[in-house]
Design a protein around this ligand. Sequence first.
Ligand SMILES: [Zn+2]
Length: 499
Amino acid sequence: MEHPEEYRNRAEEFVCELTEEFYMNRAGLKDSLNASEIYMNYRDLFEKETVLQLLQPVRSLRHNDSPETSGRMLYLAAFAADGFMDMAVRELTDRIVSSETQAVVEFENRKLPFRMTPVVLANEPNARAREQLEARRQEVLSELNPLREERIACLHSLAGDLGYGNYRSLYADIKGLDLDVLADKMEQFLDETDSVYTHNMEKAASTYLDMPLSDVSRHDISYLFRGVEFDRMFPGTNLVTSLEATVSGMGLGRESYPNIHIDIEIREGKSPRAFCAPLRVPDKIMLVLMPHGGYDDYHTILHEAGHAWHYGSVLPEQEFEYKYLGDNSVTESYAFLFQYLAINENWLSEYTQGPRLEEYMRFSTLQKLYMLRRYAAKLLYELKLHAGDDISVMPGEYSSLLSDALKISHPGVYYLDDLDDGFYAAQYLRAWIFEGQLRDFLVQRFGERAYAYPETGEVLKELFSRGQEFTVEELAGRLGLASLDLDPLYEEIDNNLRI
Ligand SMILES: [Zn+2]
């Protein structure tokens, strides 16, 4: 391996080039995606020998107390190992992505790109039509599953190449995740919120779908949570101005952030999924969004703004590892902190209009609870999948874990589609938990309208300035809070969804 400093510099170039490439493609500024080519140009970063060399001190450092170097080394090792895995399955990933992009389904006598089907499902009020479209979708998914099985088998055996017993222990180690503790907490969460979830979900199924919960399937959920009823509360014309006023209130106004660029232009080829692209931290941060109407746009712009203000506030002299790598639960927590202003009663009465506020609070908290339970079940499933057990039982495991947690039938065919690499589910869960803690911390200090004061902005700026130097557990410790404490989440659910 080259000199560590050289490795870092090259890694930074690689990350920036790749981010730029994804940004150009997803923003609709370029119709091709040359990610593979970029990986090839930087393949020296992910050679097995290099990765093993970077991984080697990680385990011993865990038991050693020199947090300054160990954090950076761990993040760099995780980057290298992750890149090694991605690199090795790159062709399979490309084949899956292009098959998906090219797949077309027949629906109501027209041909529909497979990729468009989720959007159609979310806007299709007729349950029978949703069911028919879902049947076509599942044909495509079944056809793709052999490729996905090959890819997962390959990832599992690569974990062995890096000296780990299985994929699960590889990721637990490089991401510094205590997956067993998290799984215990989430299992308890599933138990404790079971009745409040079921009760509210039964009501929601009847109100928004006119169906008993027992008849609801996975493909009905996006229509259930589409929330057409609340569209008038969230007019598109106020979307950007409400964000601007919110950050201004915290003393984080856009005039102090010329490095953050907001792009809400409607463009052909622009991805319907919003994203934040930190092209250069902190100098050039893009927030890209294609509004489609309703409460979801507000959640989305606030979420992505949380990422943007985080990356845009990082100290320029901060180390590469802390600017671009590290614990992604941190940036997701800040994104959630901004996003869930759209469930804050005070914020809603200031920034939205109409008489349905109370109903909406219940609705959107239920959606959040649904997501938490969904990710809890996904984590429990992934722990089984990635422990290296017999893959043939996994469709059944997926189906029973997700269906039990959500009280909605989940077909096994999704068992490798409904999955992110590298236990990202665990990162989201830790982010939801820490967001609850951080929000509670701010409310204790500055009150329910914490978002309206520059003092809050000062606390956030200080946190943001370090990038992802600390994990969420470390951040909780620095704020004097317990590690992964779910109480604020329980409290929020109890307040908003009380039976
Ligand atoms: Zn995010």
